[in-house]
Ligand binder design. Structure first.
Ligand code: C2E
Ligand code: CA
Ligand code: CA
Ligand code: CA
Length: 275
C-alpha cells in the first residue's frame, strides 16, 4: 500500500504533469511547425585554429514557437525522433542547409546533424542526394555529423548509407566524441574525415590535465589518419590556446560565435573576404 501511495503522489506531482502536457503539445505542434514557418536553421562557424578563418558552418535547428518562445533542439529533437517526424524534419533541414551553403564561397562547407532514425529510414541517402541536387551544391561541401549512438545496432544499414554518400564525396564527422563508447573501431570501419571532441573535454568543471592529455592523443590520431580534429565548446582565449597546443586543427564555440541566422552567417563571410 505504501508503494502504491508513493507512485500516486508522483503521478499527481504538478511538475511532472506540466512536463507531460508540454511534451504532448510539442508532439502535436511539431508536424505543422514547418508549414507554419516557425522553424529556422541557424549556423555556427567552425574556425581554422591556424588562420582564424571560417572552415564550415554547422546547421542547428531553432523553433520559434508563437506562445512558448524559442525552443532548443534538445527539447524537441528527441520528440521528433520518438514520433518519426525527424525524417520529414531532417529532410527539410538538409535542404535548407544545402541552399544556404550554395550561396557561400566555395571553400566553406556546411555540416548537418543526422539522427540514427533518419539514416535507417527507407531512401535516406536519396533524400540527401536530392537536397544536394536541388540546391546545386557540390557533395564535397556537405558534411554529416553523426554520434556513436548510431552504431549500437544495425551497422549494416549504417555502412550502406555511409558508403553510398561518401562515394559521391559527402563527408562524415563523428560528433560528441568521448561521451559514448568512443570505440576506435568506428573510426577504423567507417569513412570519417573529422572527429569532434565533445565540449565536456574543452570547457567546464571537468577540464584539466587529464582532458588535455586525451585531446592530445585524439589530435595525434587525427593527424596520422589525416582527419581533422574539432574542439567543441570553446568559450575562452585560454581554451583556444590549449586546444591548439594539443594539436586540434579546428575549433567551435561561443568564444568565436554562437549559431546565427543565415544573413548573419553570410555577413561574417563577407567581412572575411574584405580582410
Ligand atoms: P551538437 O550537435 O553537439 O551541437 C552543438 C551544441 O552546442 C549546439 O546546441 C550549440 O549551440 C552548442 N554550443 C556551441 N558552442 C558552445 C559553447 O561554447 N558553449 C556551450 N555551452 N554550448 C555551445 P544546440 O543548437 O542547442 O543543439 C543541441 C543539440 O541538438 C545538438 O548538439 C544536436 O545533437 C541536436 N541538434 C541541433 N540541431 C539539429 C538538427 O538539425 N538535427 C538533429 N538531428 N539534431 C540537431
Ligand atoms: Ca553536431
Ligand atoms: Ca557535438
Ligand atoms: Ca551534443
Amino acid at each position: 500500500a505504501k508503494v502504491a501511495g508513493r507512485s500516486q503522489t508522483s503521478f499527481f506531482n504538478p511538475k511532472m504533469t506540466r512536463d507531460l502536457v508540454r511534451r504532448r503539445e510539442i508532439e502535436d505542434e511539431l508536424r505543422s511547425a514547418i508549414m507554419r514557418d516557425e522553424l529556422s536553421i541557424y549556423f555556427q562557424p567552425i574556425i581554422h585554429l591556424d588562420t582564424g578563418k571560417i572552415h564550415t558552418f554547422e546547421a542547428l535547428v531553432r523553433w520559434f514557437h508563437p506562445e512558448k518562445g524559442e525552443l532548443r533542439p534538445d527539447e524537441f529533437i528527441p520528440v521528433a525522433e520518438e514520433t518519426g517526424v525527424i525524417v520529414t524534419l531532417g529532410n527539410w533541414i538538409t535542404a535548407q542547409a544545402a541552399k544556404a551553403c550554395a550561396q557561400w564561397p566555395e571553400h566553406v562547407s556546411v555540416a548537418v546533424n543526422l539522427s540514427p532514425m533518419q539514416i535507417r529510414a527507407p531512401g535516406a541517402a536519396l533524400g540527401i542526394i536530392n537536397a544536394l541536387r536541388e540546391a546545386n551544391l557540390d557533395p564535397h561541401r556537405l558534411e554529416l555529423e553523426v554520434t556513436e549512438s548510431l552504431f549500437v545496432d544495425d551497422n549494416h544499414a549504417t555502412a550502406v548509407f555511409m558508403e553510398e554518400l561518401s562515394s559521391r564525396g559527402v563527408r562524415f564527422a563523428l560528433d560528441d566524441f568521448g561521451t559514448g563508447y568512443s570505440s576506435l573501431g568506428y573510426i577504423n570501419s567507417f569513412p570519417f574525415s573529422k572527429i569532434k571532441v565533445d565540449r565536456s573535454f574543452v570547457s567546464g568543471p571537468n577540464v584539466g590535465k587529464k582532458t588535455d592529455a586525451i585531446i592530445r592523443a585524439v589530435a595525434k590520431l587525427g593527424s596520422q589518419l589525416d582527419m581533422d580534429i574539432v574542439a567543441e565548446g570553446i568559450e575562452t582565449i585560454d581554451q583556444v590556446q590549449s586546444v591548439r597546443e594539443a594539436g586540434c586543427t579546428l575549433g567551435q564555440g561561443y568564444y568565436f560565435s554562437r549559431a546565427v541566422p543565415d544573413y548573419l552567417a553570410a555577413m561574417l563571410l563577407t567581412q572575411e573576404s574584405d580582410d
